[in-house]
Design a protein around this ligand. Structure first.
Ligand code: CKX
Length: 597
């Protein structure tokens, strides 16, 4: 059984980082498997950074736009192999699917590019030098999530086209760890919280191998143990708890010990933030208090790295979000690297955790169709809707299993701008919402993100949601350049929602304008900084008119890379920050608003 826990080092566990410069090779004719590259080693490899995407590192278009199989390889050295030791290799993600070989033998694999790939390496590793090989693939289709297609080009090469508006970056995007843990180990744990008058109860459950006993301790920031317990499940009670608050995080340390014949056979320490999340009518409550979500839809996107994780980029993003007065972000449109959530726990940021349920609407320019409310059916004639749903459910379950213990995670999003107007769509999504509710020990709110076509009169799926997320672009994709008319249309729709979906919180998960950080215009025109500000002011005034609107997450935190297109100027320019994380004018307007709110 694999270990769900994020790799740690302590007196028993060892986690070795395998990041660095690996060997790499494109395999456009998918000949590597047959040719036994995993056994013999990659022929004429080139170098490739891990973590990172490969697309923005080269100077040829075919390498940027490459679609198909590609291989990674590196050496892993093992000093000694103890009989009571297990070895796992954990990739934070490999996009979009992979097979993992150790010394030429298939040790595991994974479908889906945004959640961990963990292989039990023990049976394949030997003392000394080992070859670790990864065969990956970045093709898209209508059964993978996110959805897309592959187009054959005249020169016989392939081109992946996503039904989504972000570049189809691929590679080993997150850190790779070699973990050594005891033969009998702690595998996973879950915690739920309930708050009373100046006290808190923490119900915990621990999964561990064998029949050893479990001891747990909770220590405060000073390291003082404030509660302890014995057993694989139990309740810890503490008086006057330090609650984990938005933008005011307090983390305890939860220590789990597996005891066998009186000795600590395994140990795992995890940060813990005591907080509750709930929905009360049209309010979102954190620790029983109403909270208003201020922030962004983001992307894991930066120059050179593409979708590769980097602590410096993440740190800068948090500092910019703190500067502007934000308290929340959505992991649009896929689960991010573990490290984003660990940092959010420390920084007191709220996260709407989203699976790559994007592109479930057949359109290469989905934004134009979505923006104008002209999206077309999908689930009725999807080639294999059962396989698609299976992959979708798997991603939901893997995401919740990985992220369930983060205090920062307040909700799960299972849809972004899918087709939701048909019975087929409802039958597709209803079981997925159920799965998310069942899977989460804390039963966090489950939501979905709706585009314009999913209007009050046509959307069939909003009743599945604990709060409703809307992407609306009145003043951009609708009545662009005419903010007065845009406001009228916007309020017309919100009046309908006020009628239709009463006692439900609403959150705007996208609103924004493409803005060139070099263009100033008076009077304003679309794409100018002035227009972005006027557009934001109009949206703010509409948000402030409807009390059931409980959050505003602007699109997007920063400019980001997309596929090429007549409406994309080297990517999407709707950032409030440029791609190198410098504020546009409208960011100041947002700062003034959010600091007051
Ligand atoms: N929504 C109305 C999904 C995002 C796109 C965004 C855009 C669209 C808007 C659809 O991934 O980037 O076009 O800017």
């Amino acid at each position: 059984m694999i270990s769900e826990l994020y790799p740690v080092n302590n007196e028993i566990r060892r986690a070795q980082l395998l990041d660095g410069l690996w060997r790499f090779r494109f395999d456009p004719r998918s000949e590597g498997k047959e040719a036994g590259w995993a056994e013999s080693g990659l022929p004429d490899p080139i170098s490739m950074p891990v973590p990172g995407s490969f697309a923005d590192l080269f100077t040829e278009a075919w390498q940027r736009d490459y679609c198909g199989d590609f291989w990674y390889e590196t050496d892993v050295y093992i000093q000694d192999v103890q009989p009571d030791q297990q070895f796992f290799i954990r990739f934070g993600s490999v996009t979009h699917r992979c097979c993992v070989y150790i010394n030429g033998q298939l040790a595991g694999g994974h479908e889906g590019g945004f959640l961990p790939v963990v292989v039990n390496a023990g049976p394949y590793l030997r003392r000394g030098r080992n070859r670790l090989t990864v065969l990956a693939n970045n093709e898209l289709n209508e059964t993978s999530i996110p959805c897309g297609a592959v187009r054959m080009k005249a020169d016989g090469s392939r081109m992946a086209q996503g039904y989504f508006d972000f570049f189809n970056y691929a590679g080993i995007h997150r850190s790779v760890w070699l973990e050594s843990i005891p033969a009998q180990a702690i595998r996973d744990y879950s915690v739920t919280y309930s708050l009373g008058d100046r006290c808190a109860e923490i119900a915990y459950e621990v999964e561990a191998d064998g029949d050893g006993s479990i001891l747990v301790e909770l220590a405060d920031r000073e390291g003082t143990v404030v509660a302890s317990g014995e057993g694989r499940q139990g309740i810890l009670r503490i008086a006057d708890p330090h609650l984990w608050q938005v933008r005011n995080a307090y983390l305890y340390t939860f220590t789990i010990r597996l005891i066998r014949s009186g000795k600590t056979a395994d140990r795992y320490d995890a940060p813990m933030g005591i907080r509750t999340v709930s929905i009360d009518g049209d309010r979102i409550l954190l620790n029983g208090q109403p909270v208003y979500l201020k922030g962004f839809g983001k992307h894991e996107d930066s120059e050179m790295l593409g979708r590769g994780f980097n602590y410096a980029v993440a740190k800068r993003d948090y500092e910019c979000m703190k500067w502007i007065g934000a308290n929340c972000f959505r992991t649009s449109h896929y689960p991010y690297a573990d490290e984003w959530y660990r940092m959010a726990d420390q920084e007191g940021f709220l996260i709407i955790d989203e699976v790559p349920g994007v592109g479930l609407m057949r359109s290469f320019a989905n934004f134009a169709a979505a923006g104008a409310g002209k999206s077309n059916g999908f689930f009725g004639d999807c080639p294999d809707v059962d396989l698609l749903q299976k992959n979708h459910r798997a991603a939901i379950e893997e995401m919740i299993r990985r992220d369930k213990n983060h205090p920062s995670v307040i909700a799960w999003s299972v849809i972004n701008e899918a087709e939701t107007t048909t019975q087929a769509a409802f039958e597709y999504f209803a079981p997925l919402f159920e799965a998310a509710r069942e899977m989460d020990p804390e039963h966090r709110p489950v939501t979905g993100v709706l585009e314009k076509t999913s209007s009050p009169d046509r959307c069939r799926c909003w009743p599945l949601m604990d709060f409703i997320c809307l992407n609306r672009y009145y003043g951009w994709y609708i009545s662009g350049g005419d903010l007065q008319e845009a406001r009228r249309q916007f309020e017309e729709e919100m009046d309908q929602w006020a009628e239709k979906a009463q006692h439900v919180p609403f959150v705007f998960t996208e609103f924004g304008t493409d803005t060139l950080d070099s263009l100033h215009k008076l009077p304003s025109v679309m794409w100018s900084q002035e227009y972005q500000q006027e557009y934001m002011e109009m949206n703010f005034s509409v948000f402030d008119r409807y009390p059931f609107i409980r959050g505003e997450l602007a699109w997007n935190f920063a400019d980001f890379q997309t596929g090429q297109g007549i409406m994309r100027v080297n990517g999407n320019k709707k950032g409030l920050f440029s791609r190198n994380r410098q504020p546009k004018e409208a960011a100041w307007a947002m700062k003034h608003r959010w600091e007051k709110r």
